[in-house]
Design a protein around this ligand. Sequence first.
Ligand SMILES: C[S@@+](CC[C@H](N)C(=O)[O-])C[C@H]1O[C@@H](n2cnc3c(N)ncnc32)[C@H](O)[C@@H]1O
Length: 254
Amino acid sequence: MDEFEWFVNAFRALTGIDLSHYKRPQMERRLTSLRDRRGYSDFPSYVQAMRGKPELLDELLDRMTINVSEFFRNPERWKDLQAVVQGMGQSIQAWSAACSTGEEPYSLAILLAEMNVRATILATDIDLRVLDKARRGEYVQTQLREVDDRLRHRYFHQQGSGYRVRDEIRQVVQFRQHNLLSDPYPTDLDLIICRNVLIYFTEETKQQLVRRFAASLRPGGVLFVGSTEQLLGLSLSGLRPSKPFIYVKAEAGE
Ligand SMILES: C[S@@+](CC[C@H](N)C(=O)[O-])C[C@H]1O[C@@H](n2cnc3c(N)ncnc32)[C@H](O)[C@@H]1O
C-alpha cells in the first residue's frame, strides 16, 4: 500500500467518505498541495494533526469537494431540458443530486414555474456547509449572470449588492445531505439532474452511479448531466440519448 492509499483508508475511517471512487491523480494533487501548504510532509502526520484540530479536517473536506455552481449553468443545455420537460405533464418529481450551493435546483424550480408545472425538488449534496448556504438562498450578482432581468425581478429579492431567492421558489426545494456513493437513492422520479460531479469519479464508479440513476427514474424519466459528461462508452441501463447531455429512460416495451 502506498502512502496515498494509506490516507484513503484513514480518511474513510475518519469521515465515512471513500476517496477510492474518485479519480486519483486530481484528488491526490489537490489534497497533497493543501497538506504541503499546512506544513506536513506526509499524510500520517497530517491525519494525526487532524485528530486534534478539526478545522484541518474541515478544510480538507472543503478541498475535496469542488463547490462551484451558478444559475442556469450552460444556458443552451437548460433550453434543451425545457424542451424535453415540455411533454412531461403538469407535475414533476425531481432530484438535483450534488446540488452544491443550490443554484441548480433553484434554476430548475424557476424553469418549471415559468412553464406552470408543479414541482417537488429534492436537492442533495455530501457537504453540509454548501447545504446551509443553499437553504439561505442568498447569492452574489456573478452567480446570476445567466438570469435575465425579467426572471431576476420575478424570482429574486435584491438584498444589498446581492440577491435572495423568493419564498415561492425556496418552498419547492427540499435540501438534504446525501452521499451518492453510499446512501439509498429516491425512486419513481421524473427527472434527475446530476451535473459536474461525475467527472470526479472513476469510470467504474460513474457506471455504477448511472445504473442507479436509471433505476431511480420512472419509465420516460429524464437524466440531465453536465456539459463535459456525455456518457459515451457506458452501458446506459435502459437510457437513450435524447439531446446532448440529456437521457431518457425507455418506456415499458420500447
Ligand atoms: C462542482 S459541484 C456541482 C454543482 C452543480 N451540480 C452544478 O453543476 O453547478 C460538485 C458537487 O458535488 C458534491 N459531491 C462530491 N462528492 C459527492 C458525493 N459522493 N455525494 C454527493 N455529492 C458529492 C460536492 O460537494 C460539490 O458540491
